[in-house]
Design a protein around this ligand. Sequence first.
Ligand code: MTE
Length: 301
Amino acid sequence: MARRYKSNLTWDDVTPEHLYLNRRQIMAGSGALIGAGLIGGQARAQEALEPNTWEEITTYNNYYEFGTGKDDPARNAGSLTTSPWSVEIDGLVDNPGTYSFEDIMSEVEIEERIYRFRCVEAWSMVIPWNGFELADLLNRVGVQDGARYVAFQTANRPEEMPGLRVPVLEWPYREGLRLDEAMHPLTIMATGIYGRDIPNQNGAPMRLVVPWKYGFKSIKSIVRITLTEEEPHASWNVANPREYGFYSNVNPNVSHPRWSQASERRIGGGLFARREPTLMFNGYEEEVASLYEGMDLEANF
Ligand code: MTE
């Protein structure tokens, strides 16, 4: 059996949402104890990684095909038809073709991954995704020797996506990873949140999640995956290469030209709301730093 990656976050097991909520209330009630140092570092670490609620995750996000406001995706993405769905996989692969969502799901192993999510706009959430390793899918279609990058494309449906009328980005939304990033066991295709199907506004039926990179690399509602030799176009990088690099690794030491990336605001922190220091590679340094050994991360931001 393939080696299964365990996240470096605190919980290996699925915890039902109502237990998270209970814990949140308990934690809120014990704030004074924490302040007095009566609850140790372990409890603090857990508190920091407590998943956001379903409500927070599904009503505050970016999906510009449905508008640029944070609540636009939740309001407008209902119009997206996600069934039937298929993904074209082409380029430097042994078995190119159009694969139905059901066929893909019948082949892969769905797991839960609780990941910290860091948006380039300096806010963050913790999201309990359900999904499968992208490497699983790529290995099944067979990556050919010359392939060095993976390009991704979102659905392009003006009749269902009102935001496409506005030329904020070059449509369809596109993203790319280096092949070793795509094959890394932390990189997943997410198909669910909290054990439910992923909602349209979060990228149904299948979206990428690359937890050590800024959120915009995690492209939604994917219809095409292409293995390439050349670095692929990425929508934000094309729109503004000075502000959004191809790599987009979370890095507190390299500021965005218009704001610092040294800290972040946790969404829904409630009583615990405060800016937190941003961690190198979003806290996944131990797992991914080796991918960039010898690279100048200021030049390759
Ligand atoms: N994918 C598409 N197709 N269109 C988008 O506008 N926005 C990106 C990313 N993927 C976006 C996208 C940005 S900027 C962020 S922060 C994340 O999606 C937010 O989505 P999430 O909160 O559901 O992870």
